[in-house]
Design a protein around this ligand. Structure first.
Ligand SMILES: C[S@@+](CC[C@H](N)C(=O)[O-])C[C@H]1O[C@@H](n2cnc3c(N)ncnc32)[C@H](O)[C@@H]1O
Length: 286
């Protein structure tokens, strides 16, 4: 995603398996954007037989895909086995089993089966050469197949500007931190190709047609339910991985905001909400 969402670690090489709970909580909170995207995708590909979720992680969105297209073979693709196990378990629990395929990208692109729909969310930006990665995915599409790349959107908001703690405007300062961390993360990847993040141009260069960006809103007003509160706590908590680069007062406020014992925490305060805008770039193979 362009400059938001992930609190990328200093080390720049996230231990993805350790992030399972975080990715799941965030995915469950933001899943409404995927449902909206699937309405658009469904107009392009009515009955996909094979669907790949590339960079599926613990498979929250894989399960959404499987529920929306129950007669398709849905395959969660990821480099982390423990996350794929969770994706598999989620599919079974939901009554829409999914297959899993361990693949380390970009080398693993050649192992992907041909598909009628390829969904990839918040994963392309973890690959050094995003042009090559999108081209590799486009190359796995059946004629008329659809590629949907979820990247970017707007930084999410969870609280009012003044939260009665610390200096107002915390979210703006976290955005700035995130932008720096994102750039460092990209620079540290293997084979980073520094290109403008013009995703429609990248999809077109891969030979796709009818390329368009669609942005979907996730609007969960206060008061939030328990699941959404958990999602918000995770999404805020990831900034603590860069806490040494925050103003110490902001870091202290963040710790209070995610401490479930604290009455000011997002788990308990009445004013926490979710306002997220997620962009999905969609193109169709000739
Ligand atoms: C930010 S998570 C996104 C998970 C899910 N798609 C979502 O949007 O919530 C990125 C996922 O991509 C996987 N990933 C990152 N780099 C990868 C690589 N080089 N090869 C295979 N998987 C990778 C990680 O294991 C992780 O599950």
């Amino acid at each position: 995603m362009a400059h938001h969402g992930h609190g990328h670690e200093h080390a720049h090489h996230p231990d993805w398996s350790a992030l399972a709970a975080e990715i799941e909580a965030e995915g469950l909170t933001l899943a409404p954007y995927v449902l909206q995207a699937l309405d658009v995708i469904g107009e392009r590909v009515a009955a996909p037989r094979t669907i790949l979720d590339v960079g599926a992680g613990p498979g929250v969105f894989t399960a959404v895909l499987a529920a929306r297209f129950p007669s398709a073979r849905v395959i969660a693709v990821d480099g982390a086995d423990p996350l794929l196990e969770r994706a598999r378990a989620r599919g079974v629990e939901q009554g829409t089993p999914v297959d899993v395929l361990r693949a380390d990208l970009p080398g693993g692109f050649v192992e992907l089966p041909a598909a009628d729909l390829i969904w990839t969310a918040q994963t392309m930006h973890h690959l050094g050469d995003q042009h090559a990665a999108v081209a590799a995915l486009a190359g796995r599409l059946e004629p008329g197949g659809v590629l949907a790349v979820a990247e970017g959107g707007l930084p999410s908001r969870f609280l009012p500007r003044d939260i009665g703690l610390g200096r107002p405007g915390l979210a703006d300062r976290l955005d700035a931190l995130q932008a720096v961390g994102f750039g460092e993360m990209r620079a540290a990847l293997d084979g980073t190709v520094d290109v403008p993040e013009d995703w429609p141009a990248i999809l077109r260069a891969a030979g796709l047609r009818d390329v368009r960006a669609y942005t979907f809103l996730v609007d969960l007003p206060a008061p939030l339910d328990e699941d959404a509160r958990r999602g918000v706590a995770h999404m805020l908590g990831r900034y603590l991985r860069m806490a040494d680069r925050l103003d110490p007062d902001d870091a202290a406020v963040l710790r209070r905001l995610i401490d479930p014992e604290d009455p000011m925490s997002v788990q308990r305060r009445p004013d926490a909400f979710v306002l997220a805008a997620r962009t999905v770039y969609i193109g169709t193979a000739p």
